[in-house]
Design a protein around this ligand. Structure first.
Ligand SMILES: [Zn+2]
Length: 546
């Protein structure tokens, strides 16, 4: 049954512009509530010339409060005396989701801030709505200043994201104590700490048989059987069926959990391939035998430090030939599933049929992992924003009603639009991708340009796999919008990556795909600066044009 409720929708901007506003908190406001108020203030003052205060009386007041009577993670936006507004949430994080709805339906004009006329209540259907911040390849999450990444995570929480999950890439380092590894761990710690500050949960996603480059030879795995050549290999997989391999992996993962003791971890997501896997006779079939068994052991190590750790087992690339992994997992979990809290499933292409047709093993909750980063272009994100709303809506509908949330695969900020589309599906399974983008565009750019930007996104999506006349047409629309945007929006990174996408695609469509010339060089340079991709690995670094 849907728990999504919306009682009364008056439409945005029913009120007059104000020049000053007060955000009032309860006397016993928690640290998270204080942060919610700071975020609201930051978002408003970035967009309009308004004085926002916590103490001083003003033209307009927003009262923030928690109300445990609301549905879990739900919020309410209601009228308050004197034409003011009260935003309540079932907890402090839910207040932030309500603030997000309020901010997106407010308006920011030359005359000041126009408070939203949206009134109603809403609660999420999906319980797990995680941002996967892949901190590797020197991508945005690894290379950008932690404060900048933290602000981005807060932006996603405004859309209802309730967890941040990071990955420590052991394969990139010789051990825990090298300067490079310490830097990576410190970045992850900062991101997870900032997530906690807004009430989000935190987690790690790891291939449990992956070691450091210094892993002893006796611990190493045999290569995966990989007839389709899709299972990946970062070069340091270990075999949990060998005593040396098992002992080594237990030592690595016990230490990894220790590294985040002061932050606290809520989730562990165990990953089978892309990194990971062993092709030896004892481990096979990996996904139906050694992988779940090792994940269970690593879960025990995690729970020794974090007793309430939720463990989710991914089935990424299960049942590529040779198959039998789903059946193997099913039969293992029939005997013993108490250690597991959910199953994650997805693919580069259509959603896998097994859990849809035959049910989720042990009846566990199912979470998706939409591939929003790498689809259709390489280097990923190198050409600017990659909005693909129709694609992700189509994939979402394949799972209708069977998925309880998920974790979009993210390599940076270029798929920002795809993320919010996914987070709104997790919130409300019946959401419409175009409505989500309309709300995004109104908030991040301008409500007046929503129609043109939607048209441009539609054209860019249809020309994603092959640039052509539609790319040129899309850029004309973006140029028209660019001239009309307020400066805060025009200079913001969200607009710049969309505009540059249009510019690059249009230029390449017109010049026969030649990577040359000052226009492209400047565009790629700007994207590199926005992504902090100066030292990025090839998959996430925009091309260099001389
Ligand atoms: Zn093995």
């Amino acid at each position: 049954m849907s728990v999504f409720l919306m009682t009364m929708l008056l439409g945005a901007a029913a009120m007059l512009p104000v020049r000053s506003m007060q955000i009032q908190l309860p006397d016993d406001a928690t640290v998270v509530m204080q942060r919610v108020a700071e975020i609201a203030s930051r978002e408003i003052t970035e967009r309009a010339d308004v004085e926002v205060s916590r103490e001083q009386r003003a033209d307009f007041t927003v009262f923030l409060a928690t109300d445990p009577a609301l549905l879990r993670e739900g919020f309410a936006v209601a009228d308050a005396l004197g034409g003011n507004v009260c935003i309540t949430g079932s907890d402090a994080a839910a207040v932030l989701y309500g603030v997000g709805k309020f901010l997106r339906t407010s308006r920011y004009t030359a005359d000041g801030f126009v408070p939203s006329g949206w009134r109603g209540t809403s609660a999420p259907e999906g319980s797990f709505r995680a941002v996967y911040a892949a901190t590797h390849f020197n991508n945005f999450y690894e290379a950008a200043p932690a404060e900048e990444v933290s602000q981005y995570l807060e932006d996603l929480a405004l859309w209802g994201a309730n967890a941040v999950v990071a990955h420590f890439p052991t394969w990139n380092f010789t051990g825990f104590d090298t300067p490079e590894a310490r830097k990576n761990i410190e970045q992850i710690r900062q991101l997870l700490l900032s997530a906690k500050k807004v009430g989000m949960k935190t987690g790690l996603i790891q291939c449990p048989n992956q070691g450091f480059t210094s892993a002893p030879e006796a611990a190493r795995a045999q290569p995966n059987r990989d007839e389709s050549r899709r299972r990946g290999n970062m070069g340091v997989n270990c075999c949990p069926s060998k005593p040396e391999g098992r002992a080594y992996l237990e030592e690595v993962y016990a230490r990894l959990f220790d590294e985040f003791k002061d932050v606290g971890l809520d989730y562990l997501i165990c990953w089978p391939y892309d990194e990971g896997g062993c092709g030896c006779a004892e481990c096979a079939p990996w996904g139906g035998k050694a992988f779940p068994a090792l994940s269970k052991r690593v879960a025990e190590l995690g729970r020794a430090v974090y007793p309430n750790l939720d463990v989710i087992l991914s089935t990424w690339l299960y049942d590529l030939p040779p198959s039998g992994e789903w059946e193997g997992l099913d039969s293992l979990l029939q005997q013993d599933y108490g250690w597991l809290n959910g199953i994650m499933c997805d693919d580069h292409f259509d959603f896998p049929r097994y859990p849809l047709d035959r049910g989720v093993p042990a009846g566990l909750p199912l979470y998706n992992f939409p591939e929003i980063s790498m689809w259709g272009r390489n280097p990923w994100g190198a050409y600017g924003a990659n909005p693909l709303p129709s694609r992700y809506e189509g994939l979402w509908r394949q799972t209708a009603g069977k998925v309880s949330g998920g974790m979009p695969y993210s390599e940076g900020i270029f798929e920002d639009m795809n993320k919010v589309v996914c987070f709104q599906f997790y919130w409300n399974g019946d959401a419409n991708a175009e409505d989500t983008l309309r709300e995004y565009i109104a908030y991040e750019f301008s409500p007046e340009c929503a129609g043109d930007v939607i048209d441009a996104v539609r054209l860019l999506e249809s020309a994603w796999l092959e640039r052509g006349a539609k790319s040129v047409e899309a850029f004309k629309l973006l140029e028209k919008v660019d001239a009309a945007l307020p400066a805060w929006a025009r200079n913001g990174w969200r607009w710049r990556i969309l505009y540059l996408r249009g510019l690059i695609d249009s230029e390449l469509a017109a010049n026969g795909g030649r990577m040359e010339g000052a226009v492209l060089r400047d565009a790629f340079d700007e994207l590199t600066r926005i992504y902090h991709a100066e030292n990025a690995h090839a998959p996430v670094k925009p091309p260099v044009v001389d």
